[in-house]
Design a protein around this ligand. Structure first.
Ligand SMILES: Nc1ncnc2c1ncn2[C@@H]1O[C@H](COP(=O)(O)OP(=O)(O)OP(=O)(O)O)[C@@H](O)[C@H]1O
Length: 784
């Protein structure tokens, strides 16, 4: 092999070796980079984990500390100074402990293992709070009812006579409200009532204005059992309701993810509860209150077939709330008076497809009217009842006239809302032996069932009924929402039902809501909906009513704290009113200034012309002013007219003079500013040792500044000093914003922020989206 060829081969081999080496180095570099990245990721992940763990540790530490040292709740803090509140709090704590133990022992294993962990833990805010209020004032009732089985006009509702006084009393009572975490009518009802008495210093029940909400679970129906439905509602402690959503067997993704909700009500009745128990817990107190001259309402709410009619009417063997209430009422009346001084009137109506019908003497639809008594059904029959049997007969008659139709969900579905109203009237003697007429009213309402279109029959009439039922129930829910949110306008007028329930929801009334639910998981949606609205209704507060027949309306607060609270509230109101007044005055001033500026142009020439004999515009203005003066003072004599004219003239001249002085002052200020600026420029130019040319320039500027006329010329605003002058056209605008300090968007120079007026005077680089056409037109001449 020739040497050249060998050397060639050698060089080639060396090249190859080099390349190989390079490749290996590159590969190892890449590997190293990769490993480094992995390490970095790992490190980052570890850091994140550490952070999360530290956070968790901190949280647990805090929770443990809180458990060891629980801080008092705001309301507990607020009332903790009172010994009775101490007692209340200790009872609450004990009750809670007991409850927890009971809950743990009562819960079935399935609930404890599966449902409970996934159920959202009820926050403190959802715990029912009943506010025990101090003794509310008595009311003056003057309503005459027609005695006898004849027709009278009106489905009457009482109103508190002195609204203002009630407002004061209400304010005070609100201030004194003692929150109470235990519900009434539940396990600890007795305990709570005793505590109420301690808190209140009163033994009178039923003074609370909150709507009491109860839930009743009906037994599983035969049909539901046959359809293989499961129980999705669990009532614990006769108060807490646990609702569990079972996933369908085909939904593999959610099979193990059971969803549930927890609600707490004033009392919850399991399916084994008897009618008598339901009546005693929910309505018995109201009957007692009606006999003391107060109003009470009970309404059943729930999905179709949930047991509303069963609860309200019941059956022959198991009579419902309506029947039991009337029996109780007559028993109590008999116990109270042997002379028959109590007069009972009865009316029964239904709202079907947005028409009101009289169930006791069916005929033409009734018209709802609003008068001094509230919403009344004109032409409604009111029967005078003397005994329970008579009422039973009337009820039966009414029910026969009630619209019911079989639907797929319920064979005897009530397609209308029924309202039974019992008015008890009696006479009492007060301390000064005057006879007072007292009227108490009990309204028992069986609502039609809320339903989905699919759940019921699809025939046209049924659909229309369903739509109307849902419409009125939707209106009811809007009213509940508005009442809970404390809105000023409550949309009662959206349906006939809400118009008739106006008294029960927002009036002077003790109201009870019984939410009926079905245990079947097939009705889960309806049950959830019912419980949601029931939960929301807990927050509604009705107005106060009197506790005793001879109670006096509170006109002045009793204790010092009450007085202080009232004083504070009144002061706050006063302040708000003052602010409003100031705003109005400001607006008036602006208007006056604008009128003056329009009539008497602010240029010196026109100002001077105002000093001399008045121009036509001024004369007109004066004339207008004079007319106003005359009208205000009812001055019609020529003498008074002249005097008025002179005064108005004088006033106008004074205003003009003041304006002129103001303009003069402004001119002086501007001149001073200009002079100062010129001096500054001169000093600056001296210190800079200007060159001949620059010196000339400065001289030129100085000369120009000194030669500048006193009145600014917009066309010549080219020197830097123009920025310190207020040209006349903008001066007017600024004075406008000056007056409207409170509302002006341009008074935002504080903290060096740019104001809108600044934005306008500066040359805009690009047109802003915020600038309106009006602003664009006022675009200033750009500075050079
Ligand atoms: N607590 C209960 N105990 C025994 N049966 C009950 C109970 N509650 C309801 N039922 C039965 O369930 C069925 C439906 O009840 P109900 O007619 O009262 O429902 P509803 O809510 O009034 O329905 P709708 O709104 O359609 O009128 C009835 O046959 C009734 O007897």
């Amino acid at each position: 092999m020739p040497v050249s060829t060998r050397s060639k081969i050698n060089t080639q081999t060396q090249d190859e070796a080099n390349q190989e080496e390079q490749r290996t180095r590159l590969g190892s570099d890449q590997e190293e980079t990769h490993t480094n990245a992995q390490m970095r990721n790992l490190h980052h992940g570890l850091k994140e984990k550490m952070k999360a763990l530290t956070l968790l540790y901190e949280q647990q530490k805090k929770a443990a500390a809180t458990r060891r040292n629980p801080s008092p709740k705001p309301e507990e803090k607020r009332f903790s100074s009172h010994p009775s509140v101490e007692l209340l709090n200790s009872c609450r704590r004990e009750d809670k402990k007991e409850e927890k133990e009971q809950k743990d022992s009562n819960l079935p294993n399935v609930m404890r293992e599966n449902t409970m962990p996934s159920m959202p833990v009820m926050p403190n805010s959802t715990v029912t709070r009943t506010f025990v209020l101090p003794q509310p004032p008595a009311e003056d009732v003057k309503e005459n009812l027609v005695i006898g089985p004849e027709r009278i006009l009106g489905f009457s509702s009482r109103k508190v006579a002195a609204t203002t006084r009630t407002t004061v009393a209400r304010k005070l009572s609100m201030g004194n409200a003692v929150p109470q975490t235990e519900p009434r009518g539940a396990n600890g009802a007795k305990n709570v009532q005793e505590l109420e008495k301690v808190e209140n210093g009163s033994e009178k029940p039923g003074c609370s204005s909150r709507i009491l909400v109860f839930v009743r679970l009906r037994p599983m129906a035969k049909k539901e059992k046959e359809a293989g439905s499961r129980c999705c509602v669990k009532i614990v402690n006769r108060r807490d309701v646990y609702l569990t959503e079972f996933a369908s067997e085909n939904d593999y993704l959610r099979l193990k993810r059971l969803r549930g909700r927890h609600f707490t009500f004033d009392a919850s009745f399991p399916d084994s509860t008897t009618q008598q128990e339901v009546y005693t817990t929910t309505t018995a107190e109201l009957v007692e209150a009606v006999l003391q001259g107060r109003n009470g309402s009970v309404f059943c709410y729930g999905a179709t077939g949930a047991g509303k009619t069963y609860t309200m009417l019941g059956t022959m063997e198991n009579p419902g709330v309506m029947v039991l209430a009337i029996k109780d009422l007559f028993t109590k009346i008999r116990q109270r008076s042997c002379d028959g001084s109590h007069v009972v009137h009865l009316s029964y109506l239904e709202v079907y497809n947005e028409t009101v019908r009289d169930l006791l003497s069916p005929g033409r639809p009734l018209v709802l009217r609003e008068d001094k008594q509230g919403i009344v059904a004109a032409g409604l029959t009111q029967y005078r009842a003397y005994s329970t049997d008579e009422v039973m007969a009337l009820l039966q008659r009414g029910n026969q006239n009630r619209t019911t139709e079989p639907t797929r969900a319920n064979e005897t579905s009530s397609r209308s809302h029924a309202i039974l109203q019992v008015v008890v009237e009696y006479k009492v003697k007060n301390a000064s032996l005057d006879v007072i007429n007292k009227v108490g009213k009990l309204s028992l309402i069986d609502l039609a069932g809320s339903e989905r279109a699919l759940a019921t029959d699809q025939r046209t009439l049924r659909s229309l009924e369903g739509a109307n039922i849902n419409r009125s129930l939707l209106a009811l829910s809007s009213c509940i929402n508005a009442l809970v949110e404390g809105k000023k306008h409550i949309p009662y007028r959206n349906s006939k039902l809400t118009q008739l329930l106006k008294d029960s929801l927002g009036g002077v009334c003790n109201t009870v809501m019984i939410a009926n639910i079905s245990p079947s998981n097939l009705s889960f949606g309806e049950t959830q909906n019912t419980l949601h609205w029931a939960d929301r209704a807990k927050e509604i507060r009705t107005k106060f009513q009197a506790c005793e027949a001879n109670d006096e309306l509170l006109e002045v607060p009793e204790s010092g704290t009450d007085q202080a609270k009232l004083l504070l509230e009144l002061q706050k109101e006063n302040r708000e009113l003052r602010v409003q007044l100031a705003r109005q005055q400001q607006k008036l001033l602006i208007l006056q200034a604008q009128t003056l500026a329009a009539n008497a142009s602010p240029t010196p020439s026109s100002v001077t012309s105002l000093m001399t004999p008045p121009s036509a515009a001024t004369q007109q203005n004066e004339k207008r002013k004079l007319q106003t003066t005359f009208l205000a003072g009812n001055c019609f004599t020529p003498e008074s007219k002249r005097r008025g004219a002179d005064e108005a003239n004088k006033e106008l001249r004074l205003t003009v003079k003041a304006l002129e002085a103001h303009i003069e002052r402004m001119k002086k200020d501007h001149a001073l500013q200009l002079r100062q600026k010129d001096d500054l420029i001169r000093e600056l130019s001296k210190s800079e040792k200007p060159s001949e040319v620059r010196g000339e320039g400065v001289k030129r500027i100085v000369k120009r500044a000194s030669l500048r006329p006193k009145e600014p010329n917009i066309g010549e605003l080219k020197s830097p000093s123009h920025r310190f002058r207020s040209p006349v056209p903008t001066a007017k605008k600024r004075s406008f914003w000056d007056i409207t300090t409170a509302n002006s968007p341009s008074i935002s120079t504080l903290n060096g922020r740019k104001t809108r007026s600044h934005v306008i005077t500066e040359p805009a680089a690009a047109p802003s989206m915020l600038l309106q056409p009006g602003f664009a037109r006022q675009k200033p001449v750009p500075m050079k």
